[in-house]
Design a protein around this ligand. Structure first.
Ligand code: BTN
Length: 246
């Protein structure tokens, strides 16, 4: 609350804006938001389609004073905040596909891209960018099987500013809870309520290879607990893996 929000009618990527603002000395809590992005980016180098007038594209700048290895939890804090805000605001049932895709009726309505600038031993800053499909009426054929918007799921046009405000308020609260233990202990139960992977078969692709198992939940650091057929539980770190439902 009470932080500066930079609004861009049109920009390249709000993550890049937030990183530039950080380099210029902008404080913890600064937000960059755009109506349209010309170079919106998703995870794994993908493009994030960002047309004007429909959706929410924003990036939050944080300057946490905990160790870099704790920062991956922040993405999950944002995922939970978006899920809670959309659920309360739009009255939809909202799921989280670990670690940070937000889904409604099995299709993605929001993705999160977190980037960090780390010096040895401490975090310079973290930027957490989220794109929420709010009022878009149509998706290109190739992504309409996996993506949707709040409009398509509720047949209602939603006011974007109010929804964003709701997301940021919830993040502020959840972040306070996160700081108490510097991990997800305090919000783990809430996160798990939204987690769609629980008790579902998943395939984990990580740099070491590929395996299948049943997702059982997350631990307090945000790692996914996957039970292998052989019995053991493997912890999967959010960094480099992709998890596919089967
Ligand atoms: C994903 O691949 O699921 C992550 C998508 C993240 C998109 C958001 S939109 C606002 C911010 N700016 C970007 O260029 N990307 C993020």
């Amino acid at each position: 609350a009470g932080n500066t929000l930079y609004f861009y009618e049109e920009t390249g990527s709000t993550n890049i804006d937030a990183k530039r603002l950080a380099e210029e000395g902008a404080p913890h809590g600064t937000v960059a938001v755009a109506d349209k992005q010309n170079a919106g980016r998703g995870r794994r180098g993908r493009v994030w389609q960002s047309p004007a007038g429909k959706d929410i594209y924003f990036t939050l700048l944080l300057r946490p004073d905990f160790a870099p290895d704790k920062a991956s939890g922040l993405t999950l804090v944002m995922a939970l905040s978006v899920a809670q805000a959309v659920e309360a605001f739009c009255g939809l049932t909202v799921g989280i596909k670990w670690p940070n895709d937000i889904v409604v009726n099995g299709k993605k309505i929001c993705g999160i891209l977190t980037e960090m600038n780390v010096e040895p031993g401490y975090i310079q800053y973290v930027v957490i960018g989220a794109g929420i499909n709010v009022n878009l009426e149509q998706f290109p054929e190739e992504i309409s099987k996996t993506a949707t918007s709040l409009f398509l799921e509720s047949r209602t046009q939603w006011p974007r500013a109010e929804l964003l405000q709701n997301v940021l308020k919830r993040f502020e609260y959840n972040y306070e809870v996160f700081l108490q233990t510097k991990d997800l202990t305090g919000i783990r139960t809430e996160y798990m309520k939204h987690l769609v992977n629980v008790d579902k078969q998943v395939r984990v692709l990580d740099p070491e290879g590929e395996f299948e198992g049943i997702a059982r939940g997350i631990d307090s650091s945000g790692e996914l607990l996957v039970e292998k057929e052989s019995g053991g539980i493997v912890k999967v770190y959010a960094g480099e893996v992709s998890v596919r439902g089967l």
